[in-house]
Design a protein around this ligand. Sequence first.
Ligand SMILES: [Zn+2]
Ligand SMILES: [Zn+2]
Length: 256
Amino acid sequence: MRLAETLAALGDLLGRRCHGCGAVARGRGRGELPPLCADCARELAPWSGPACPGCGTMFPGATGGAGHLCAACRLEPRPWERLLFHGPYQGLLRRLVLDYKFHGRLGAQRLLCGLAREAWLRGGAPGAGGGPGALAPPDVVVPVPLHRRRLLHRGFNQSLELARGVGRLLGRPVPLAALERVRHTVPQMTLAAARRRDNVRGAFAADPGALAGRRVLLVDDVMTTGGTLEECAGALLRAGAAGVVVLVLARTPAGR
Ligand SMILES: [Zn+2]
Ligand SMILES: [Zn+2]
C-alpha cells in the first residue's frame, strides 16, 4: 500500500477525512462542521461582503456593512422577509451541490446541512452580528418540493434532505406534505430567465393545516432568479403562513 493510501485509510479510521475533497484533513471542522482541509475550508468560507437581504445579489468590491436592498427589490419586494445564503454558486460549493443533487452523494449531507445552519446563524439568529437584525425563529422548516414524477426518477429530493438536516440542527419540525408540487414543470435551468416565472406559476399547493399562523423557513439548494422560491412563498402565505424566510446554500452571481 502506498503511503498516500495508508494515510487515507488512517484518516478514514480516525474520521479525519476532509468532507470537501477526501484528503486527510489536518485541521478541525469549523464549529459543528465535519473536518475540512485548510484549502477546502478556505474555499467554503461564507460570503462575507455585502449582499442584498432581499435577493442575495452580491456587491463584490464593496466593503463593510451587511448590504442594502438592491434597486430591483426596492421596486418590487420579494414575498419573503429575507434571503439567507452561504456563498456564491461557484467553485467547490457548486461542485458539492451538484454532486449531492445528481449523484446523491450523501457524504456531502452533513457538510451542506452544516453550511446551511451556519448561514442561518450568521444572518438570522438572535445575536447575529452585522446582519440587518435578528429574525424570529421559524416554527417549521419546509423544502421546495419535487414533483412526484421527478422524485421517482431521481430517487431523492436534495431540498428535502437539506430541510431535514437544518430542521434537526435548529430543533424544528419538517411537516410532511406542507407544500407540494401539483404540476409537473420543465427544469428551470433549461429556460431563459423571462420564461421561468410562467413555468412555475400555480405549480405549488400548500396545506393551511400545517402552516396557518406558522413562521416558515423555506429551504432550497440554489437560488438563481428566485422564480420557484417566489411561487412557493406565495403558496405558503396564501395558506396562512405568518412569514417566510428563505435559506439556500448558494446564490448564483449576478448575470447568470
Ligand atoms: Zn479538502
Ligand atoms: Zn435584491
